[in-house]
Design a protein around this ligand. Structure first.
Ligand code: TMP
Length: 258
């Protein structure tokens, strides 16, 4: 009897720990837009989204009021959709406005981008105008190295530098293209062209999982028809109406606006 009660009590306690007041312990990483904290569960971290914004490898700095909460919510919704598509992610649950509970991963130092329409880095690199619809998605990997502004590399570089194995690179490529297939259709229904986006992956044990965030900081969103930009390019290029663009994307993604 007592053992039963005792076990039940322990179970209740551990359930209580996993509610929205999960304990935030040591700050283990602070990036430009997010902080990562340890928790009392060694398998879980808390990812906290900041309002800080940087561009051009932090040469330009600013604040986008409310961005942290918007990016947390948008990422939470999109990670859950992507999981349903069979792509494992680090998302566990949204804890608060700015906090997401995530699985602990070892980040692979690659910034993976997929492009559907020319813009930004690809237009600059190849000297081609923005807005050209690509005949097929362009998959790129960049070496995550701030000092060199994340240079474009190929899979041979990644292999030779030991950044990932061939099998891991193949999984990452497949997952990134599947995320693109899903997100493109998802945003199509919201009258948005998904121009391009950046993903980061990590290792959780032997498994490759999608990490980081999927938000207006890491994607380019153009309103269909008008080409109006609804992403971080409004900040990068001083286009104004930055906060309202983020809010608009939040309302669209959460289904509160057509
Ligand atoms: P790019 O055209 O500047 O290479 O950017 C491609 C996509 O990646 C775009 O949607 C913005 C996103 N991105 C990031 O998330 N972080 C970065 O540091 C950069 C440069 C781009």
């Amino acid at each position: 009897m007592w053992m039963q009660f005792s076990n039940g009590f322990a179970y209740l306690l551990s359930e209580a720990k996993n509610d929205n007041s999960m304990t935030k312990l040591k700050l283990i990483y602070e990036g430009k837009a997010k902080k990562i904290f340890e928790t009392d569960d060694p398998a879980l971290y808390i990812q906290e989204f900041k309002d800080d914004a940087t561009a051009f490898n932090a040469l330009k700095r600013g604040t986008i009021t409310g961005k942290g909460a918007v990016n947390n919510k948008i990422s939470s919704v999109l990670f859950q959709h992507v999981e349903k598509e069979g792509i494992p992610t680090h998302f566990v649950k949204q804890l608060s406005d700015r906090e997401m509970l995530i699985r602990k991963v070892q980040i692979i130092p690659l910034e993976v981008t997929v492009r559907n329409i020319t813009a930004g880095g690809m237009s600059k690199l190849l000297g081609i105008e923005e807005g050209i619809r690509l005949k097929e998605p362009v998959y790129e990997i960049h070496y995550k190295k701030d000092a060199l502004a994340d240079p474009l590399i190929n899979e041979e570089h990644a292999l030779a530098l030991g950044l990932a194995t061939r099998a891991e690179l193949e999984t990452i490529r497949q997952y990134a293209l599947r995320v693109n297939d899903f997100l493109r259709k998802f945003f199509e229904k919201l009258n948005i062209d998904l121009v391009d986006f950046k993903l980061e992956f990590g290792r959780a044990g032997a498994q490759i999982i999608l990490a980081d965030e999927i938000s207006p900081d890491t994607c380019r969103f153009w309103e269909k028809g008008t080409g109006r930009k609804l992403d971080k390019d409004r900040f990068r290029r001083d286009l104004g109406d930055v906060e309202s663009a983020y809010q608009e994307m939040l309302e669209k993604v959460t289904g509160k606006l057509g």
